[in-house]
Structures are given as C-alpha cells and as structure tokens.
Design a protein around this ligand. Structure first.
Ligand code: PXP
Length: 250
C-alpha cells in the first residue's frame, strides 16, 4: 500500500477561554495557547465563536487572525451574525456547525440535507471570500451527498458518538466513519474528523487513510493541566502518526 497522506492536527483552544471566562479577566490567554500549539507542531488552530460567547469571544478571533502563523479554522453556526464575522476576518477555513444554546458542546452533526436552502447562499458567500468551507456532519451518506450539493469542499465527520461508545457498538461506529471517509474520496470531498478524541480513541480514526485532518480540543486542554500543553500536543501527534503508519502497513 502507498504511504498515507500526512494527517494534519488542528488544536482547538476554546477551553482555554472557558477557564478564563470562569473568572473573567484575561487569563489564561487562548492566544498564548495557540502560540504554544504552533510551537508544538499544530498544523492549525480551531476556535468556535458561539452565539452566547461562552468561551471564545470576538477579541480572541481578532487576536488569532492577527498573531497566528498557522491557519485559523473558524467554527461557526449558520447565522447571519457569524457569516458577517467570518467575512470580516476571512480566516483560512470556516467550519459550519449546528449550535443549540442549551447544549454543553456540539451535539450531533449539521443537517446539511434538511437545511439546503438556508446553507447554500452561506457556503457560496464564504467560498467567494476565499474561505475553505467545511460542514460538521454525522458519518451519513445522505449528509455527504448534501455537502456536495451545497458546494462545500470539505466535511468534518463527528467522532463524538464513536468516542462515547464501547465494544461492538464502538466498532460499528468506527466502520460507519471508515465508510463515510471512503465515500468522501469517491465524492471528491476532503475528509476531516473530530470531537471527543483522546489518546485512547484517536488511533483508529487517525488510521483511516482518507481522513486528512483531526480537530482536537477538550482532551488536550485537560491533559495540559497535568503534562503541559506542548507535551500533550506532541504526544497526540506521536499517537496519531504511529496509528497512521501502522494502518498503512497493515
Ligand atoms: N470539531 C468540531 C466541529 C467541534 O465543534 C469541536 C468542539 O468544539 C471539535 C472538533 C473539538 O472537539 P473536542 O473539544 O471534544 O476535542
């Protein structure tokens, strides 16, 4: 089998902002975390500006755009407010996610199929501004085909359910992710994955050859409390790369 493509790691710094906002003030600074993540080999930084600004705030996005050398992946709900912010900053990438006020974190994927008419002009405006659009969806063929119909070049497969399950159900969910990633290749969609990934779960997802990028946040920021952010990211990189290489050799 040929060598797998290099798997990119996007580090999500939202939860540095969660800790900051628990007290108000400026510390810990998500921008400092982003710079450390860059130094530790992150290929990109991801930040989700939620409607309620519970973690990342507008000034963080401005600071990340100003200071980062690696690309910013701006996670956004499909609202006019977020579209205007994305068009003002023009990040490298925008990932459209479903957002509910009452949820703790992004639950489930975007209904790209059911929201076609709402999403179509939004995807077009982002693309026209030179922003790489991705849609955060479940590993469901219907949603992948909807992404193609919307003109989105990238999808991010939601790995949250995979991470939460055990045993046979986990293996079945992994197969669903593998099948969706293979379908991405046939549909010429770039395939990313993320949500809930830890050292324990990342290997089988990293080994899916069509997956080009993982976005990981909560676990890394938690692990940073014990190990430091740079060592936590380097260890994630090591686990990802080892699984990728082993997958290619299998
Ligand atoms: N990808 C997307 C689209 C997300 O919404 C999130 C969570 O903000 C992540 C990846 C990262 O998930 P986690 O923080 O659980 O690693």
């Amino acid at each position: 089998m040929s060598a797998p493509s290099r798997l990119r790691l996007g580090v999500n710094v939202d939860h540095v902002a969660t800790v900051r906002n628990a007290r108000g003030g400026h510390l810990p600074d998500p921008l400092r975390a982003a710079r450390l993540a860059e130094a530790a080999g992150a290929d990109g930084i991801t930040a989700h500006l939620r409607e309620d600004r519970r973690h990342i705030i507008d000034e963080d996005i401005a600071g990340l755009m100003r200071d980062l050398k690696v690309p910013l992946n701006f996670e956004m709900a499909a609202t006019q407010e977020m579209l205007d912010i994305a068009l003002r900053h023009r990040p490298h990438a925008a990932c459209i996610v479903p957002e509910k006020r009452e949820e703790r974190t992004t639950e489930g994927g975007l209904d790209a199929a059911g929201q076609h008419n709402h999403l179509k002009p939004m995807v077009a405006k982002l693309r026209d501004a030179g922003i790489r659009v991705s849609l955060f969806i479940e590993a469901d063929p219907r949603q992948l085909e909807a992404a193609v119909a919307l003109g989105a070049p990238v999808v991010e497969l939601h790995t949250g359910r995979y991470c939460e399950l055990d045993g046979a159900a986990k293996q079945a969910e992994l197969r669903r992710l593998q099948n969706a990633a293979a379908l991405c290749a046939r549909l010429e969609l770039e395939c990313h994955a993320g949500h809930g990934l830890s050292y324990a779960d990342v290997g089988p997802v990293a080994a899916i050859p069509e997956v080009r990028e993982l976005n990981i946040g909560h676990f890394l920021i938690g692990e940073a409390i014990f190990a430091g952010l740079e060592p936590a990211i380097r260890e994630m990189r090591r686990v990802m790369d080892a699984a990728r290489a082993a997958g290619a050799a299998a």
